[in-house]
Design a binder for this molecule. Structure first.
Ligand SMILES: NC(=O)C1=CN([C@@H]2O[C@H](COP(=O)(O)OP(=O)(O)OC[C@H]3O[C@@H](n4cnc5c(N)ncnc54)[C@H](OP(=O)(O)O)[C@@H]3O)[C@@H](O)[C@H]2O)C=CC1
Ligand SMILES: O=C(O)[C@@H]1CCC=N1
Length: 268
């Protein structure tokens, strides 16, 4: 089994480590996670994962190196660790807005580089992960895809769509959770206790998603099955649309997307 280094054990880096352990994708002792404040990695150490603050020690002999620091920290990090990374290791960056060409340059040009855009459901093996690679062999593409398949669903996409994937999949977790929270608040106003309202709203969203994923149907086809003529669902749906439900969601997605676009223009 190959050693995996995760440099930057924050929200996403830790979620990946937890996902790899949770899904039994690899032996915890083969995962080495670092951050500067290594004491904050104690929960991961509790799962048997190796933790610390020594990045060079972590990447030594690792064949898969996750780069899970903030985008502005990437340049200094790669200057520090690149000389210690084996030529046949794959680098997987999770940073929003840093393209593969830049990653390849910053890492010295010898490694296969991947941009991966998972979401925080990676911690429970339910991520939607989009991938794009540069300087990788077909075998390396397959290896990284297989790794993420243990943590959810995977799709290679053209790199120019990576900003869109960030919004739809990574930010999308927050957007979907806001829907659940709002539905819960409505449920409380109707008369459910908050825990029960949350349970019903969460399972309902899970069921709706599974109807599409397992049934391969379109949302509107499933909505048609719920909307009785002159019934109560259509009244609720139409009122939501009058209040701008779909429009506000689309505008929110576009606001996030524009922010990434504006940020990448500032970097150029
Ligand atoms: N959260 C999400 O849903 C998603 C985030 N992303 C991307 O993932 C990346 C990480 O985001 P997120 O996990 O939210 O950020 P966090 O701030 O939670 O994690 C970044 C971690 O990097 C550590 N770190 C910083 N510098 C170093 C260094 N030199 N050596 C080792 N560790 C270091 C920090 O810890 P310390 O200060 O202790 O060193 C921190 O724990 C970002 O680039 C973001 O764009 C992508 C998809 C989704
Ligand atoms: O909100 C952010 O900026 C990061 C990128 C995707 C998810 N979290």
């Amino acid at each position: 089994m190959e050693k995996i280094a995760i440099i930057g054990g924050g929200n996403l880096g830790s979620a990946i480590a937890r996902g790899l352990v949770h899904t039994k994708a690899c032996d915890p002792q083969m995962i080495h996670v670092t951050r500067r404040r290594a004491q904050l990695l104690a929960p991961l150490a509790g799962f048997g994962v190796i933790t610390g603050s020594n990045n060079l020690e972590a990447v030594k002999s690792a064949k898969i190196v996750f780069l899970a620091v903030k985008p502005y920290q990437m340049k200094d990090l790669l200057a520090e660790i690149s000389p210690a990374i084996a030529g046949d290791a794959v680098l997987i960056s999770l940073a929003t807005g840093i393209d593969n060409k830049t990653l390849l340059e910053l890492s010295g040009g010898k490694n296969a580089v991947f941009r991966a855009m998972p979401n925080t459901a990676v911690a429970i093996g339910q991520s939607m992960t989009c991938l794009a690679s540069l300087n990788a062999t077909p075998d390396q593409d397959e290896k990284v895809k297989a790794l993420f398949e243990q943590l959810g669903t995977v799709q290679f996409i053209p790199e120019e769509l990576m900003a869109g994937a960030t919004v739809l999949a990574a930010c999308g977790i927050a957007f979907a959770l806001r829907f659940i929270r709002a539905a819960t608040q409505g449920g409380i106003e109707i008369g459910f206790g908050s825990e029960l309202a949350l349970k019903i709203a969460s399972q309902t969203v899970k069921g709706a998603a599974h109807l599409l994923i397992e049934g391969g149907t379109h949302p509107e086809a499933e909505i048609d099955k719920v909307t009785t003529p002159r019934g109560i669902t259509i009244s609720g749906l139409n009122e939501m649309e009058h209040q701008g439900f779909s429009s506000s969601l689309i505008k929110g997605l576009m606001a996030s997307y524009q922010k990434i676009e504006n940020g990448s223009k500032q970097q150029k």
